[in-house]
Design a protein around this ligand. Sequence first.
Ligand code: ZN
Length: 134
Amino acid sequence: MGAPRFWRNTKSRYNLYGVRCGTCEESYFPPRKICPSCRRASKLEGVKLDAAGEIVTYTVIHSAPEGFEKQTPYIMAIVKLSEGPMLTTQIVDCENDEVEIGMPVKGVFRKISESGKDGPIYYGFKFMPIRSSE
Ligand SMILES: [Zn+2]
């Protein structure tokens, strides 16, 4: 059986770089130096992971850390990627009452923070819902 349709049909794909253990074939993100299951027998290789998956759990943040106040309330979620690794990420382009467990999401490259008016702007992965129209 192939991948579920919502993964196959994702038009704009981005890749996350993680590692895969050649011994037990588990994938990890973010990359790590040893496989937690195989330890000394780990044979980790860099792999591109498909930045699509589904929401395992989420929380709506109402009081944000400094620098993120303007974005509140926002959604933080644990996303399980189609290849298995789980990561904590912000969900964007999604109403707070729209988010739900099991919702298919995909990675998007977005501004994460700005430090001051002339300071550097940081970009990174966030996730957004994969809607049926896509
Ligand atoms: Zn392993």
